[in-house]
Design a protein around this ligand. Structure first.
Ligand code: PGA
Length: 237
């Protein structure tokens, strides 16, 4: 069964979350992880969903105004965290902290969804694999003895596909994900799962489902409406 991650980003208010939970009541909980904004993590936990944070602070505690520590997130019920989402890499200089965040998350027994992906310029100049390998190497250095197949999942998200309704062709996606897996296996001796993220929606899910290399999805925009999300996940094997 594939892993489906719903990344709400900075969307939805309390009333929407309560309505969401009501709409998805009785839905299979297995292999479904919700990443709401921090104030709503507890709501998902209370209903026994697996829940995660969209980011963590790179430090455990201290004078970091506006940050939330992993231990605080754990208290709310989070057991997963996304690390290195391209929006955080772009707006908060997160590439600098990915390595430390991974280390902290693993020490606290969190499961990590590590996002990697190239921008349009890099894609068009055939630098995709170069960028992905660099992001993997940066994330894995010093952390290798703690990473295993069950605590770290890669999310391949081409930046140019996020929120744009454009996705790579099936051949490109198949080959890129195959190469990510192969690189990690050959260089780190790890057989990691790789999710696809970037404009996953009702129009393309059937095509994506034909790509056997994809182990699940990280879904942003299409996870915001509970009705649409339910229709979407029903199409995932
Ligand atoms: P999207 O976002 O599905 O809206 O493209 C995916 C993501 O950024 O995780």
């Amino acid at each position: 069964m594939k892993l489906i991650c719903a990344n709400f980003k900075m969307n939805l208010l309390k009333k929407d979350i309560l309505n969401y939970l009501k709409t998805i009541e009785n839905v299979r909980k297995k292999n479904l992880v919700f990443f709401p904004s921090i104030p709503y993590i507890e709501y998902f936990k209370e209903k026994n969903y697996v829940v995660g944070s969209q980011d963590i602070s790179y430090k455990n505690f201290g004078s970091l105004t506006g940050d939330t520590s992993i231990e605080q997130l754990k208290e709310l019920g989070a057991s997963y965290t996304i690390i290195g989402h391209s929006e955080r890499r772009e707006f908060y200089n997160d590439s600098k902290y990915v390595n430390q965040k991974i280390s902290l998350a693993l020490k606290h027994d969190f499961k990590i969804v590590l996002c990697i992906g190239e921008n349009l310029k890099e894609f068009e100049s055939s630098k995709t694999l170069f960028v992905l390998k660099k992001e993997i190497d940066e994330a894995f250095s010093n952390n290798l003895d703690m990473i295993n197949e069950s605590n770290l999942i890669i999310a391949y998200e081409p930046i140019w596909a996020i929120g744009t309704n454009k996705i790579p062709t099936s051949e490109v996606l198949k080959s890129t994900i195959y190469q990510i897996k192969n690189y990690i296996l050959e260089n780190y001796n790890l057989d990691l799962k790789v999710l696809y993220g970037g404009s996953v929606n009702l129009e393309n899910i059937e095509e994506l489902e034909k790509i056997s290399e994809i182990d699940g999805y990280l879904i942003g925009g299409a996870s915001l409406s509970p009705e649409k999300f339910l229709t979407l996940i029903n199409k995932v094997n």
